[in-house]
Design a protein around this ligand. Structure first.
Ligand code: CUA
Length: 299
């Protein structure tokens, strides 16, 4: 209602939600007014006397039938939207979603990887969700879909985007320090534009930058100059920083050796005023060179 209904399931989810809200509101008002009425009507100060009442077939039928009907209405409408959300059509494009502390990575069948989820307008998409570390939860409010990403297990979601544009992706399971920054966008683009990206332009790119994305580095380090959980990568090469080495502060200029050491052994030189939370991320020597090279050129 207040957020665009941008997928095929959005309308069903909203309808279910509002039906339940209306039923609950009617019940709340009904029960509360009955209670208030009885409190006044049978107040002891008005001289009411307690009386034992037995039986009342009509009453019993009413208070059995009405709740059963209400509950069945909620069940039927809820089951219908639930079944829609869980039944993946046969013809879908599959995208892998890898969650990690604290970033999302989207992998396509042709090997393409991206930190934004790009999808063609009007085509069904299936997401295969997994997590590299802890519980995360993948949520696109505008599509009304949400599912946990569980380590060691695959879960799924599907949707057909029905509105062009860019919509928020959130993590809705508290997963540590960077949880609130675990954001991404889903970009719904016209089919032609998507195909161009899928088959061409998007596939190219800087190998080192791609690795920074894949390894989840960009979850904590930005490339635009703003500090996040860790220092920004922009202009990092040659920067003068104060680090804490074995409990002692020292000031150094960032060079290639320092960058490599910090990737292989994050605890060796901790940059002052940042939390010591960087995990050791496995890299091959060749990957290390590529990452170091791209960091050197991020100005
Ligand atoms: Cu991932 Cu919260």
């Amino acid at each position: 209602m207040f957020i665009p209904e941008a997928s095929n399931s959005a309308h069903y989810v909203d309808t279910t939600f509002w039906v339940i809200v209306v039923i609950s509101a009617v019940l709340l008002v009904g029960v509360t007014s009955a209670m208030l009425f009885l409190i006044f009507r049978y107040n002891r100060r008005r001289g009411a006397k307690a009386e034992q009442v037995q039986g009342g077939t009509a009453l019993e039928i009413i208070w059995t039938v009405i709740p059963v009907v209400l509950v069945l209405v909620m069940f039927v409408i809820g089951e219908k939207s639930f079944r829609l959300i869980r039944s993946v059509p046969r013809e879908v494009m599959t995208v892998r979603v890898d969650a990690r502390q604290w970033s999302w990575m989207f992998g396509y069948d042709n090997g393409l990887r991206s930190d934004q989820l790009r999808v063609p307008l009007g085509k069904p998409v299936k997401l295969r969700l997994s997590s590299a570390d802890v519980l995360h939860s993948f949520y696109i409010p505008a599509f009304r879909i949400k599912e946990d990403c569980v380590p060691g297990m695959e879960t799924y979601l599907w949707f057909t985007p029905q509105q062009q544009g860019s919509f928020d992706i959130f993590c809705t399971e508290y997963c540590g320090l960077g949880h609130s920054g675990m954001l991404a966008k889903v970009l719904v683009m016209p089919e032609k534009e998507f195909t161009d990206w899928y088959t061409g332009s998007g596939a190219k790119g800087n190998r080192g930058l791609q690795l920074l994305q894949e390894k989840g580095c960009l979850g904590c380090h930005t490339t635009d100059g703003t500090p996040k959980v860790g220092p920004t990568f922009k202009g990092i090469y040659g920067r003068t920083v104060t680090v804490i080495t074995a409990g002692k502060e020292r000031t150094i200029a960032v060079d290639g050796d320092y960058l490599k050491r910090s990737i292989l052994d994050p605890g060796a030189d901790m940059v002052k005023d940042f939390p010591p939370v960087m995990p050791k991320i496995p890299v091959t020597p060749e990957e290390l060179e590529a990452i170091e090279d791209s960091l050197e050129h991020l100005r």
